[in-house]
Design a protein around this ligand. Structure first.
Ligand code: SIN
Length: 527
């Protein structure tokens, strides 16, 4: 029987919010970081665009707040938006001190600020087109030097341990030894990122399977606004290269969207054309694809100076060239794909959930900041501010006992049948196809009913597997994407209106009042 691993803070996930939490919390106690792959194999590392903050005298907090509220389509929580926007400059200073070198305007000490959809001012701090990677590396390097932090790579959380609405820790699968280990802590933090792998096409890394949201739901936490899945308008369309984002920053620098016939179509859809909020651009592309029967559109920045393109977008230039596309001389084939989950585990602005001792931060959480549609480059900001706030709040809970004795050894289960394991990958595909076909950019009543019936059936089937079979990483993830898919479908059915990223053609109008959708296991309305 293995020993229970004890720490003051158990942090599940290692993107921007998990790492900033761990760094801050380690001043007050010990932290164990559990992460599915390597420490920096996260969605944060893939973020290209940047991080939004008011750092220019021409900009104002009021303008950033106003833009966030407008793009969020009436559903943002105003107090949360105000607090996060106002906290941004201080957190940017912290990142600079940790070594992140945001680009400066040529020959000046001022930041070179980018523009993206929905922003009324240039306010996106960036490191060329690899902002997320540089932030992640700076945080990871600081975390690695901190003696109070122990990192468990290749460790996948399976389930939280909760008694009487208090979290005691988690069961975690060591994916190298296939052993289930027990972690006990005073505070547990879910920072597992998003849910992109619930859909066929996504900008997210392959392990973005909504683990934190699924675990929190199973444990009895409230989940909020999962119907709001943001589709990024421009993923590279290529038979070999999957999941590669073409940053909105290109459109911020003047890139235009062209149909298969070479015509620029966005001015027909919105006065801000390519810089309209993302939900509008993604729906416009979807409409163009349906209208013309094409399977992709194009994004063109080739009219800009070639040396400038290579310097400003080195990663995109290189990746496209590897795929046979020279973006300095030809348009880039693109399609929309699942990018960001605006919903998640319901929390306050310090990441507190409604389970005692359990926090959620970053894309796993829903604070109310993004409302019905996240504004570009607002998510790294939210992860940073709420991760920091959560560490301060959690450090006040160190008087909670570590109840390691109450975490029983895991019952490993016996059955293994390799022939049946292929069923797991088939079921993965089935769920992703159902979600893409019926719960995508444009939804309808019938499509959602069809999705609900099929997902319900698959969920029951998976529970059977889960209890009969020895646990594997694929099975853990499959079980999680099935829960997340169910939550998205149920909440989409509950919202009989269209707002932000949730568009239902049978209910095209907005309700007069904006309300959040909340589901909790055992207390949920039928949908
Ligand atoms: C992008 O670079 O287009 C993504 C930025 C974001 O989603 O915030």
């Amino acid at each position: 029987m293995n020993d229970v691993i004890k720490s003051d803070f158990l942090v599940i996930g290692s993107g921007i919010s998990g790492l900033i939490f761990s760094l801050e919390a380690s001043r007050h106690g010990t932290a164990a970081i559990v992460t599915k792959r390597g420490l920096t194999d996260t969605a944060t590392s893939l973020a290209q665009g940047g991080i939004a903050a008011v750092v220019s005298p021409e900009d104002s907090f009021e303008a950033h707040i106003h833009d966030t509220l407008r793009v969020g389509c009436g559903l943002c929580h105003r107090g949360v938006v105000e607090a996060i926007v106002r906290a941004a400059p201080e957190r940017i200073r912290q990142l600079s001190e940790l070594g992140v070198e945001f680009c400066k305007a040529e020959g000046s000490d001022e930041f070179d600020l980018g523009l993206e959809g929905g922003h009324s001012h240039r306010r996106v701090l960036h490191v060329k087109d690899h902002t997320g990677r540089d932030i992640e590396e700076a945080l990871a390097s600081a975390v690695r030097q901190e003696p109070n932090i122990i990192i468990f790579e290749n460790h996948m959380a399976v389930n939280l341990v909760v008694r009487d609405n208090e979290v005691l820790g988690a069961y975690v699968l060591d994916t190298e030894s296939a052993e289930i280990r027990r972690f006990a802590s005073r505070v547990t933090v879910l920072a597992t990122g998003g849910v992109g792998k619930v859909f066929l096409y996504t900008s997210n890394p392959p392990h973005a399977t909504g683990d934190g949201i699924a675990m929190a739901y199973r444990a009895g936490a409230s989940i909020m606004n999962m119907e709001f899945i943001q589709f990024h308008p421009t993923l590279l369309y290529h038979h070999r290269v999957h999941s590669f984002l073409i940053s909105e920053a290109l459109r911020g620098e003047g890139a235009v969207l062209l149909g298969a016939d070479g015509e620029r179509f966005m001015p027909r859809y919105h006065p801000d054309a390519e810089l309209a909020p993302r939900d509008i651009v993604a729906r416009a592309i979807d409409a163009e694809l349906k209208r013309t029967g094409a399977d992709h559109v194009y994004l063109d920045i080739s009219f800009k100076d070639s040396a400038w393109i290579k310097n400003r977008f080195p990663v995109i230039y290189r990746r496209c060239l590897e795929a046979g596309i020279d973006i300095t001389s030809e348009p880039i084939p693109v399609v929309p794909g699942a990018h960001y989950c605006c919903g998640g585990v319901k929390t306050d602005i310090a990441g507190r959930t409604d389970i005692k001792g359990l926090f959620a931060v970053g894309e796993t959480a829903c604070t109310g900041f993004h409302g019905a549609n996240r504004m570009a480059s607002n998510s790294l900001l939210e992860g940073l501010v709420v991760g920091h706030n959560a560490a301060l709040a959690a450090s006040e809970m160190l008087d909670r006992p570590i109840r390691a004795d109450e975490i029983r050894p895991w019952d490993p289960g016996e059955a293994t049948d390799p022939d049946e394991l292929i069923v797991i990958s088939h079921t993965w595909d089935e769920i992703r196809r159902i979600m893409t076909n019926y719960v995508g950019i444009v939804r309808s009543r019938k499509r959602l009913i069809r999705a609900r019936n099929r997902i319900d059936f698959i969920r029951r089937e998976i529970e059977q597997f889960y209890w009969d079979f020895k646990i594997t990483p694929d099975l853990v993830e499959l079980r999680n994407i099935a829960v997340v898919a169910e939550l998205i479908v149920r909440m989409s059915r509950m919202r009989r209106e269209s707002r932000g990223t949730h568009y239902n053609q049978d209910y095209p109008r907005e309700w007069d009042q904006a309300v959040d959708t909340v589901l909790r296991k055992g207390y949920s309305p039928v949908a």
